[in-house]
Design a protein around this ligand. Structure first.
Ligand SMILES: [Zn+2]
Ligand SMILES: [Zn+2]
Length: 344
C-alpha cells in the first residue's frame, strides 16, 4: 500500500483524486454534526409520507402496505411539451428546455425503518419498484435517462426522515452518467469488453478493496473513491437496466443493500447518512453493450458519527482529496459486525 501522497485515476469519469494517507491522523478542531434522533415513531401524524396523511394540495396518501410511489408535489422537472425556446445567438449563453418527471418512492409505511432495518423481502419490493418505474419512465418517448437515488440523513439535506428514495427521469442524460457513458463506450470500442466487468475482475484478484459479495453483486471501495467510505456495487454480469434484473438478482441486490447499509450503520453506531444512486444505461434508443448496472454510495462521515468530510478549498477549486486510503476504509467496513447494532 502506498503511504505517500499520490493521485489515482477514475476510469469511469476520466478524473483524478488526490490521496494523502499521511494526513489521516491529523487532529480535528472543526465542525461537529448533530447525531440524528434514534427511535423515531412507527407513524408520525405530521409526516407527509406516512400512510393516510395529507400531502401538499390536500392529496391524501393511501393506506399503503408495501412501497408507495407518487409524482413529486414540488417536482424540479415537468412533462409539458410546450416549453419556451431558450436559444440565444451566442454559444456562450447556451440553454435548452428540459422535460422530465420526478417521483418519490417510500420504502414502507414504517416511518422508523431505514433500509438496513427492513427484512430482505421488503428490500426486494423496493428494488422491484425502482425497476418497474425505470421501465415505465424509460418507455416514454421524451425520456432519455432514469436516475434512481436516495438522499439519507439531515446532514445530506434530506428534509423528511421517513425512509424514501426519488426517481428523476430527464429528456437529456445528466452530467455524471454522460461522463460514464462516454468512458464506458470508448473502453468497449477499444477492448471489446466492458470497463466495469474488467475492473471487477481486477478487484477480485486483489481483494483488498472488496467489502462483501454474493452470487450476483460485489460491494467494494473503488480504487479512485473520493468520499471516505464511498462504495460501488457492481452487477456480476452485463445487465444494463434495473428492469433487466432477474428475480434471483433482485434478491441478491436486496441482500447486498442490507449488508452494506448495516455495516455503514455499525461503523459509528449511528444511522449512517449518504447519497446513493444507480447508474444504468440511457434510454436513448441505443443498445449499450458497454454498460454495467452499478450503484454508488457517497457517505459524508469521516471519523465518527459527528465529523463529516467537507469538499472545500482545494477540492472545490482544484480536485478532490482524501486522507484515509480506500484500502483502509474497506478493511474497516469488513471488520465491523455483520449484525445491525440496534439488534445486538
Ligand atoms: Zn412518515
Ligand atoms: Zn456510475
Amino acid at each position: 500500500m502506498i503511504e505517500t501522497p499520490h493521485r489515482r485515476f477514475n476510469p469511469l469519469t476520466g478524473e483524478w483524486v488526490l490521496v494523502s494517507p499521511h494526513r489521516a491522523k491529523r487532529p480535528w478542531l472543526g465542525q461537529v454534526e448533530k447525531t440524528p434522533p434514534e427511535n423515531l415513531p412507527q407513524y408520525d401524524a405530521t409526516c407527509y409520507l406516512c400512510p393516510r396523511n395529507e400531502r401538499a394540495g390536500g392529496i391524501m396518501n393511501p393506506d399503503y402496505s408495501g412501497t408507495f410511489a407518487f409524482d413529486n408535489d414540488f417536482a424540479a422537472l415537468l412533462p409539458d411539451s410546450n416549453q419556451e425556446e431558450h436559444g440565444s445567438n451566442s454559444s456562450l449563453l447556451a440553454a435548452e428546455p428540459e422535460r422530465g418527471l420526478c417521483r418519490v418512492v417510500c420504502f414502507s409505511p414504517r416511518h422508523d425503518l431505514t433500509l438496513p432495518e427492513l427484512e430482505i423481502p421488503a428490500i426486494e419490493k423496493v428494488v422491484s419498484t425502482w425497476a418497474e418505474h425505470t421501465a415505465q419512465l424509460g418507455a416514454k418517448d421524451f425520456i432519455h435517462y432514469v436516475q434512481v437515488f436516495e438522499n439519507k440523513g439531515a446532514v445530506m439535506g434530506c428534509s423528511n426522515p421517513h425512509p424514501h428514495s426519488q426517481i428523476w427521469a430527464t429528456g437529456h442524460i445528466p452530467n455524471e452518467p454522460a461522463k460514464e457513458q462516454a468512458r464506458q463506450s470508448a473502453y468497449f470500442q477499444e477492448n471489446g469488453r466492458t470497463l466495469l466487468l474488467d475492473y471487477l475482475a481486477e478487484e477480485h484478484k486483489r481483494t483488498e478493496r472488496i467489502i462483501i459479495f454474493n452470487d450476483h453483486f460485489t460491494a467494494l471501495i473503488p480504487f479512485w473513491a473520493v468520499w471516505p467510505f464511498e462504495t460501488l456495487i457492481i452487477a456480476h454480469r452485463n445487465v444494463r437496466y434495473l428492469n433487466e434484473l432477474t428475480d434471483a438478482e433482485v434478491n441478491s441486490q436486496a441482500d447486498i443493500f442490507k449488508q452494506i447499509t448495516t455495516r455503514y450503520d455499525n461503523l459509528f453506531e449511528t444511522s449512517f447518512p449518504y447519497s446513493m444512486g444507480f447508474h444504468q444505461a440511457p434510454f436513448d434508443g441505443g443498445v449499450h453493450p458497454e454498460w454495467t448496472l452499478h450503484a454508488h454510495f457517497y457517505p459524508p462521515l469521516l471519523r465518527s458519527a459527528t465529523v463529516k468530510k467537507f469538499m472545500v478549498g482545494f477540492e472545490m477549486l482544484g480536485m478532490p482529496q482524501r486522507d484515509i486510503t480506500p484500502e483502509v476504509a474497506a478493511e474497516r467496513l469488513r471488520d465491523v459486525p455483520a449484525l445491525h447494532y440496534k439488534q445486538r
